[in-house]
Design a protein around this ligand. Structure first.
Ligand SMILES: [Zn+2]
Length: 467
């Protein structure tokens, strides 16, 4: 945030540091403009008010992960205030999507501020090691109002927020790499009471499903304690994901006095230019993309949701669907065959062996009747394995469907002549004998005849004869 050290996950401990982020005497901070811009961009994406003039403060405290003995953060003039995160059905956990208490809820935000991250401590058997690589990296803190009313809503909030951050290119928001972390404050109250109970914080939750589990446990724990007549005090707890329990870390007997004051090494930040630059970078957001997919491509709201869930998948779909006659079919192929093939191969859509244009090529062959739906599945499997185009595979393997009307008519005539009994049965009203004749034509064509056409032609011929 205030130096030029690279941000790199998995680098050797203390290999990405400099005098500034180590807090050595005399080192001076310089603001990272891109971090400021991305924070303003996040504010714009979430409908926040952007403060015209913002500033950085020193948050004074002594802790081994912060060798300057203060953290540069924001206090009374954060970059963004207010704003909201819109929740949508697919952001909820799968098992909770059918039972959403407040559909299309929007969770209001208090503020978004920017600060420097602190170092990471590793506790060994008899010592603690500190890795300063993370110290000084830009950290954006997004604070919501106490409006989230269930662990499932918290899950949806984080999922929807993460999606927007990825859409804006603000962060990869990979929780496993610590790029998105979460502290939750939980309060319960009797139904008859307006005021919320003691605020209990669970720190450092590092997965969205972990947040849901921790909250479910903590809400139950607090309600049981109140049920026993105990009084809850403000405290900070940790989460043991293996045991499925929260545990006490510290009680807030002493309110911290951070003695905030404006950092004299940094000038105030006028946001006018940042705002202009950030405005140009506001992307189409997930909500708008979902609506557009339904409108422009005729896909269902659910499918639009799944496609827009992942910006890379959305981009893939859009490239493949652009020239397609039936974009809905493109969506079906992506959501069924392609996604299951990717999952089976353990690959991401960004690493898909079939480029979107090639998928469109396969659909063209199906829609023009050159190959049947069944043949298409074979061609698709081969495309995924070899990366070759559908047309090349069809030609190589000679799996082209027979779509020559005259040729199919000739085969139908032959099948009818060879099988007078089933033909007569059909004419007498036994509809099932058509399937037998259809089977005969398919056999004569070596399985290559377009089955839909065979059915149509046979039926027409048999009715013609009977009239
Ligand atoms: Zn540094």
């Amino acid at each position: 945030m205030f130096c030029a050290c690279p941000v790199e996950f998995g680098a050797a401990p203390n290999s990405r540091t400099c005098p500034t982020c180590l807090g050595l005497p005399g080192a001076l901070p310089v603001m990272n403009h891109e971090a400021l811009r991305l924070t303003v961009l996040t504010g714009l994406m979430l409908g926040c008010e952007i403060t015209p003039v913002s500033k950085f403060n020193r948050k004074n405290y002594f802790y081994p992960d912060m060798p300057k003995n203060y953290q540069i953060s924001q206090y009374d003039l954060p970059l963004c205030t207010r704003g909201l995160v819109p929740l949508h059905d697919l952001a909820y956990p799968k098992d909770a999507q059918k039972n959403i208490a407040t559909p299309d809820k929007e969770v209001a935000l208090v503020r978004i501020h920017l600060e420097e991250d602190v170092a990471k401590s590793f506790h060994f058997e008899s010592s603690t090691g500190i890795d300063f690589n993370r110290a000084g990296t830009p950290l954006m803190e997004i604070v919501s109002e106490p409006e989230i009313q269930s662990p499932e809503e918290a899950f949806a909030f984080l999922t929807a927020l993460k999606q927007i951050l990825i859409y804006g290119g603000v962060s990869d928001a990979d929780m496993e790499k610590g790029q998105l972390r979460c502290d939750c404050n939980i309060s319960v109250r009797p139904e008859s009471q307006q005021e919320l109970g003691a605020k209990i914080e669970i720190k450092n939750l590092n997965s969205i499903s972990g947040v849901r589990r921790a909250l479910a446990h903590e809400v139950r724990r607090q309600m049981e304690a109140l049920g026993r007549g105990e009084k809850l005090e403000q405290e900070t707890r940790g989460w043991d994901d293996v045991a499925g329990q929260t545990f006490l870390m510290r009680t807030k007997e002493f309110a911290h006095d951070y003695r905030y004051f404006a950092d004299p090494d940094l000038v105030p930040v006028k946001t006018e230019t940042l705002l202009e630059e950030a405005r140009a970078r506001v992307p189409e957001l997930p909500k708008a993309k979902r609506a557009r997919f339904v409108n422009d491509y005729g896909v269902s709201a659910y499918d639009a949701g799944v496609l827009a869930d992942d910006i890379a998948l959305a981009g893939y779909f859009e490239t493949a669907a652009k020239g397609a006659k039936k974009p809905k079919n493109v969506a079906n192929w992506i959501l069924n065959d392609l996604q299951s093939a990717l999952a089976g191969a353990g690959r991401a859509i960004t690493d898909c062996p079939i480029p979107p244009e090639a998928l469109e090529g396969l659909l063209d062959l199906i829609e023009s009747g050159k190959i049947s739906g069944k043949q298409a599945k074979e061609v698709f499997t081969e495309m995924f394995a070899s990366g070759k185009s559908a047309a090349a595979i069809v030609e190589e393997k000679g799996i082209e469907q027979l779509s020559d009307v005259a040729a199919i008519e000739a085969l139908c005539d032959r099948a009818i002549a060879d099988n007078p009994k089933p033909a007569a049965d059909f004419k007498a009203g036994n509809a099932a004998s058509l399937n037998f004749l259809k089977g005969q034509v398919m056999k004569l064509s070596g399985g290559k005849a377009n089955p839909a056409w065979v059915g149509e032609i046979l039926e027409r011929k048999l009715r013609e004869v009977s009239h």
